[in-house]
Design a protein around this ligand. Sequence first.
Ligand SMILES: Cc1ncc(COP(=O)(O)O)c(C=O)c1O
Length: 396
Amino acid sequence: MPYLDHAATTPMYSEVAALMTKMLTDAGNPSSLHSSGRRARRLVEEAREQVAAVLGARPAEVVFTSGGTESNNIALKGIAWDQRKNNPKRNRIIISSVEHHAILDPAHWLNESEGFELNYVPVTNTGLVTPAALAQVINGDFDSVAVVSIMLANNEVGTVNDIAALVDVIRGTGIRFHTDAVQAPLWLEINFEKLGTCALSVSGHKVGGPHGVGAIIMSRDCSVTPLIHGGGQERDVRSGTLDVPAIVAFAKALEISVAQRELQVKKISKLRDDLVAQVKSAVPDAIYNGELTSRLANNAHFTFPGCLGDSLLMLLDAQGVECSVGSACSAGVPQPSHVLLAMGADEDSARCTLRFTLGHNSTEQDVTALIKELPGAIERAKRAGVPKTLASVGEK
Ligand SMILES: Cc1ncc(COP(=O)(O)O)c(C=O)c1O
């Protein structure tokens, strides 16, 4: 079955699945002092070293979490609270307008429930955040900002930001910079030290590892107010008994991903370019969205005018081709993608999109199967038309 949704989750590498399965029956709480506990602790610390080595960080900077969503919540809430506790003037949060909901929603919550001011950095029509746009939002008032969070790579359109250049805008100002790098490790080199951010999020199931595990990489001077209190694990940042098999498997997956990255980028970017060329030829009015070069190697994102993305997705799924729309569906009515809206699309075309994302087991046959089914699905979706959004029919 052609699976073209690797940005949502990518299959576990078989050697990682084997490693994790073998460990599931091992006893051992890494906080226990007996031999089993010490063995479990050693495995966790080895995994921490592995993760640090491939991300250009120090082992002490790696905090294991339950995944990208938790890492992003720790970064945003934990840093914002800590900054304001130390200096009540630091009451402003800045994020880009194309962040994943795991950043957007905690930012909204901090704004609505915790009284933080929230500012958005606009993006270009290809989804890029520029240093000039960030500087304009800060507007010279560096002392009022607690935390800036801008993603390394966008999950919908695959646009890759120059994080080091964005960090330069706030260097030496006391502002904490976090980047959501969840979509990046398979395709981009990540060097935490060189990027210069204070915190960075990664997730297991996006790199051929298990679901429900990830990490936040935090520099030693980046203090956070914990979201979860308890046994004081993970530098007191994230209490809770560690999931040793998942952590070990995640570290192994990350190591494999980084070791294979150069080859995979070559192979998959060529396959993606073929997919793009074939989609354009099969559907001449398709619009290819996003950056041409500063883009994840596995991402192809299109607007298909007059075709609701959700209808297309279901029609393709019925033919065995799995992909994604990227935008959320609310109360049964597909909502426009906030990413496409931020890039300047109108509401209707922002609901007419599909994302195809490739991964380590993608093949030419997957692309061939898509191209065989796409024109028919487009024709049927066009006949069905694009219903009005909730907003445009006066409902909330
Ligand atoms: C950019 C980005 N950030 C965060 C997340 C959330 O990660 P997790 O599924 O590990 O909670 C995702 C998952 O789709 C993502 O794509």
